[in-house]
Design a protein around this ligand. Structure first.
Ligand code: SF4
Ligand code: SF4
Length: 354
């Protein structure tokens, strides 16, 4: 590897850091060999390297978010950090292009391939590129039990970003260190139980095997994290989702709830943030994002309304901190929407519906 490529890499890592990334690492073509969504050729045929970076979310807002006091602080953070990930990715791609290397920046979320990778309708959305796989393959972080990527010093409270390039940058090494202590608290804060407690799945990246929790049907997270159904199985607590659907026991119920939400007046506050309206009613940001593969980056601050991310945010400190957040989430009741559109957390015993 030439000195010039090493100094270009150093410059890129420094650039990412100066813009707010906690770290940036490089995975080579061989290190990215794995599942289809790990394949950067989909985005940039002939790629040679992926630069993966992470932006920390901070933790100040999490107590109020889990305590259902307010989600406004996270709204602003989510909006700004997604834009920051995009800005860093764009800056790295632009610098590489200056040197004559074809390079592509990537949206930090919400950009999916048009074809379905699942065997059942709406089972699985395949992203243009898996930022998680790049983060782990490059050694930026390691999988936690949740399947989220943990970055040293920040647990999993980060957003990930990547830039793909044909430049052959010097690569880093995957982490050998385990960052997850297997507390499994992430499985207890997922209202629709997408993150499994016992079952595992294994992925192979660059010849290395990684094992973490098996996931249920992906609509569980789409409904849960999307804000359409966030009520726990025992009905005693919720995320910030306010549509009062029953706990979906089966995959068929998941699909039914998703389709019901498209025409449900109770979901009217939620659908704009998801862009999940019927095709001819989709908001302009979804159409623009679809045309330019920029996912959430075209979403307005007004339409950015986080309702979950619980599995990501609970894992934001030592075990005692995680336990405290879990208890807070479970004891702070259920969020309902009042007739004037405002949200309010109430004790589950005070709710009329089961
Ligand atoms: S919450 Fe616990 S089990 Fe889950 S990813 Fe974090 S450390 Fe691992
Ligand atoms: S974001 Fe929420 S709904 Fe999705 S897996 Fe995590 S906890 Fe579950």
């Amino acid at each position: 590897m030439s000195d010039s490529m090493q100094s270009l890499k150093n410059e890129l890592v420094e650039q990412a850091g100066s813009m707010g990334a906690v770290d940036a690492k490089v995975a080579s073509r061989e290190m990215m060999e794995g599942p289809p969504s790990a394949d950067p050729d989909y985005v940039l045929p002939g790629f040679q390297s992926v630069i993966a970076f992470a932006v920390p979310l901070g933790t100040d807002f999490i107590h109020d978010y889990f305590g259902k006091v307010t989600r406004m602080a996270f709204k602003k953070i989510m909006y700004e950090k997604y834009l920051l990930c995009m800005a860093i990715s764009n800056a790295l791609a632009a610098r590489l292009q200056q040197e004559g290397f074809r390079s592509e920046s990537l949206s930090p979320n919400g950009s999916y391939r048009p074809e379905s990778g699942g065997t059942k309708p709406m089972e699985f959305l395949v992203p243009d590129f898996s930022l998680r796989y790049a983060a782990v393959a490059s050694g930026l972080g390691a999988f936690g039990w949740s399947g989220n990527v943990m970055v040293e010093g920040h647990w999993s409270a980060v957003f990930l970003g990547s830039t793909i390039t044909e430049a052959e940058l010097p690569s880093d090494e995957p982490l050998d260190k385990k960052l997850c202590d297997d507390c499994r608290i992430c499985t207890k804060v997922c209202p629709l139980e997408f993150v499994q407690r016992k079952e595992t799945q294994t992925v192979t990246l660059g010849g290395r095997e990684y094992t973490y929790s098996a996931r249920s049907h992906h609509l569980r997270c789409l409904l849960g994290c999307g804000g359409l159904n966030g009520r726990s199985r025992d009905r005693k607590w919720s995320s910030w989702a306010t549509v009062p659907y029953e706990y979906p026991e089966t995959d068929d119920q998941l699909v039914e709830q998703y389709l019901r939400a498209l025409n449900d007046p109770k979901a009217k506050y939620i659908l704009p943030q998801l862009g999940l309206k019927k095709k001819d009613q989709r908001p302009e940001w979804v159409l623009a994002a679809g045309r330019r593969s920029r996912g959430v980056v075209y979403r307005s601050l007004e339409n950015t309304n986080p309702t979950c991310c619980n599995c990501l945010l609970v894992c934001s400190g030592p075990k005692e901190k995680r336990q405290e957040l879990m208890k807070l989430l479970h004891s702070s009741g259920v969020v309902i929407r009042l007739e004037d559109g405002t949200e309010k957390a109430v004790p589950s015993e005070k709710l009329k519906e089961a």
